[in-house]
Design a protein around this ligand. Structure first.
Ligand code: NAG
Ligand code: NAG
Ligand code: NAG
Ligand code: NAG
Ligand code: NAG
Ligand code: NAG
Length: 641
């Protein structure tokens, strides 16, 4: 009696298995691991109506899969005045039954995960499902997604380069393909491996939004290589690669026709730079519409939905969150104003930055546009901007909060000496990646202008996240130049920028080089060492030691010598010196630096030439002053000799 149901179940299971096997010789088991999920922290106001709606949308969408073999769908149901918006998408390689199975799993798990929240999403490799009480169909990467990398990697030669190209091609082609889906199989030279990869956007996205989303996805995903697997997800798109087939060879799509007129990513970067102004205007225009339409729902202060654009926070809420901007909540004072720790009503901890920008009518227009732009920058090595608030003259930015504070505390402050070599190397590499993204991968090239250890925050895993990018763009033009005060920090600023106001990405490269030397030595760039040879700054010392082949003397005595490979440290010091060369043109770009940092040794031709260092004093008549506003700046360039 009792056995019968079990046997039935077994039989059903077998049938299911075998049907899968017949249809998909390549991927016998479908992957049901949740890659990412998220719940709104707000409970539905009228759970009865809301979840009755949810159930109806689910069954409507299931019907569409079953009857019409749909791979994408949205559904809106309203009861009383409660709306429920739902969206699902299956990857196009799935059969109808597999798609249905994935959505069935999703609709069960999403309830277990999110209970009675008024918004929820669950993402798998094969499909995703999301519902909200607000419309979200056009969202792609307003708040950014993430990436999951496999834990196995391959040493097949050329794997990384082939993988990068395959993903880049997908990124470029997918937005141009009807239905926004592509799947490719690429052979690694010598046939040592095949890379199966797909990309997909939600069909409600525009082509441009799909491309924006793909660019973030590509950037996140290519950093997985040489892992053999990776998945990048976002509100509006998905990308995945694996050396293990997850679709059949005859399910690939020929994307070559879509790559023809495209142009390389370099070209994109150049175009991005040239038309940056135009893009900015468009963004401003978009922001106008955005604010005019008051599309920002009130619930946002509570973080209603994670996946949403820059939030317009209410001043009163931020005031409450920071206990009226109290001293005890103050985290520090940066170049643009004070930063406070804030706890929002929903318990989320954020960093609240009160900007000091001075009066400027241009500012009014620029502010929200810039915020929109900056909040679209997503990279794991860049601090995320969550939203903003304008009230009267006040301009406030709200960022994700980093509990470990900034790198300078670990190098020169109360946590001095606590970073080991591996951690320092990760910070050096991660910072380079973040900057490379800002310079070359985001659609508008952003020069940071103020790279220093105080602007590099560390997350819980001591991975670096660059803060304050994009803010220098908010400075009125005259203030961003030396004539009054340039947007940099003495000791880190490239000489051509400090002296002539010549600004390029290479100014960031210079500052980055200084930061690397500080990370390796545990010494401040502006600390002067006085010996019989005279006054000497860190960069000058580094150069002298390098010339004599004694550069290991620079290494922080707090690092255990057994921990690092001397050749590797020498190489990185050499890289830092390449960054600080007097001629901006000879300094590497940040993406070249990422490659150099990861390569085994430097190429012989890449010998750094002599650096220069900017010595600056604030003179206010009586001597050196810390107050820049009523002082004149005296700057001189010191060569290393
Ligand atoms: C949501 O409801 C759950 C109980 O189902 C409760 O524990 C939780 O505190 C509620 N959250 C909010 C933000 O009201
Ligand atoms: C929705 O469906 C689930 C599962 O079928 C069920 O447990 C729940 O009671 C339904 N909710 C409403 C409001 O109908
Ligand atoms: C799907 O087909 C079934 C029966 O074949 C029908 O009852 C149902 O209304 C159809 N659903 C949709 C969404 O077309
Ligand atoms: C790698 O991931 C698999 C499952 O994804 C897990 O079973 C395995 O333990 C992981 N291995 C390591 C070394 O983390
Ligand atoms: C890759 O690694 C395996 C062991 O993990 C080794 O046997 C093989 O020779 C390596 N191949 C190359 C090209 O380095
Ligand atoms: C693709 O290949 C599978 C076998 O792997 C076969 O069953 C299927 O019919 C093929 N589909 C097409 C469209 O050729």
């Amino acid at each position: 009696m009792i056995l019968q149901p079990i046997i039935k179940l077994l039989a059903l299971t077998l049938i299911w298995w075998s049907s899968v096997n017949v249809e998909y010789a390549v991927a016998a088991t479908r992957d049901t691991r949740v890659i990412n999920s998220g719940c709104s922290p707000i409970n539905a106001t009228n759970t009865g109506s809301f979840f009755a709606n949810v159930n109806e949308t689910f069954s409507e969408l299931r019907g569409e899969i079953r009857n019409q073999s749909r791979h994408f769908g949205t559904s809106l149901k309203s009861k009383g005045d409660v709306n429920t918006y739902t969206m699902f998408q299956c990857r196009n390689y799935l059969s109808r039954n597999d798609c249905l199975a994935c959505i069935n799993t999703a609709s069960t798990q999403i309830r277990d995960i999110c209970k009675i929240a008024n918004g929820a999403r669950v993402i798998y490799n094969d499909c995703f499902l999301r519902y909200e009480s607000e419309r979200f169909y056009q969202q792609t990467n307003e708040i950014g997604g993430g990436v999951t990398c496999g834990n196995k990697s391959t040493n097949a030669t050329g794997f990384r380069a082939v993988g990068q190209q395959a993903l880049l091609d997908l990124q470029k082609a997918t937005p141009k393909i009807k239905g926004f889906y592509a799947a490719t199989k690429t052979q690694v030279a010598g046939g040592s491996a095949n890379i199966y990869a797909i990309a997909q956007c939600v069909e409600t996205a525009s082509q441009q939004k799909c491309l924006d989303c793909m660019q973030v996805g590509y950037n996140n995903l290519q950093s997985c290589l040489p892992s053999t697997d990776g998945s990048a997800y976002d509100a509006g798109c998905f990308m995945r690669f694996s050396t293990t087939p997850f679709f059949a060879d005859n399910q690939t799509i020929n994307i070559r026709p879509y790559l023809k007129e495209g142009g390389s990513s370099k070209k994109w970067a150049i175009i991005g730079g040239v038309v940056g102004g135009v893009v900015l205007l468009l963004v401003l225009f978009a922001c106008r519409l955005f604010t005019k339409q008051k599309r920002v729902p009130k619930a946002d202060i509570l973080g209603a939905t994670e996946l949403r654009g820059p939030v317009n926070y209410k001043y009163t809420d931020l005031k409450a969150a920071t206990k009226n901007f109290s001293v005890e909540n103050k985290l520090g004072e940066g170049g643009f104003g004070a930063v406070y720790k804030g706890t929002l009503k929903n318990g989320k901890v954020v960093a609240v930055k009160k900007l000091v920008l001075g009066k400027s009518s241009k500012m009014e227009d620029d502010f929200e546009g810039e915020v929109k732009l900056i909040s679209n920058v997503h990279h794991r090595n860049l601090v995320r901007l969550l939203g903003c608030c304008s009230k009267g003259q006040e301009r406030i930015l709200v960022y994700e909060y980093m509990a470990n504070s900034s790198l300078d505390k670990f190098l020169f402050g109360d946590k001095k000496g606590s970073l080991n070599w591996k951690q320092r190397y990760d910070i050096i590499l991660g910072t380079a990646r973040g900057l490379a993204y800002l310079h070359e991968e985001f659609h508008v090239s952003i020069i940071h202008r103020d790279i220093k250890t105080g602007n590099i925050l560390l997350d819980d895993d001591l991975q670096p996240k660059i803060a304050d990018f994009g803010l220098a763009r908010l400075l009125p033009r005259d203030r961003s130049h030396l004539s009054t005060k340039f947007a940099g920090t003495l000791g880190y600023t490239a000489p051509e920028y400090a002296m002539q106001g010549q600004l390029s990405e290479k100014a960031d490269t210079y500052s980055y080089g200084i930061v690397v030397l500080e990370i390796i030595s545990g010494q401040k760039s502006t600390n002067v060492k006085i010996d019989d040879e005279g006054r000497e700054y860190l960069l000058q010392r580094a150069w002298k030691l390098y010339e004599r082949g004694m550069q290991l003397e620079l290494v922080d005595k707090d690092i255990d010598p057994n921990e690092y490979d001397a050749e590797e440290v020498k190489k990185i010091i050499e890289i830092a010196l390449l960054c600080t060369q007097a001629s901006a043109a000879t300094r590497p770009t940040m993406s070249e630096l990422v490659v150099l940092l990861k390569s085994k040794s430097l190429v012989e031709q890449l010998r750094p030439t002599m650096p220069v260092f900017v010595e600056a004093k604030m003179m206010n008549g009586e001597g050196i002053s810390d107050n820049p506003s009523n002082a004149t700046l005296s700057i001189s360039v010191l060569s290393a000799r």
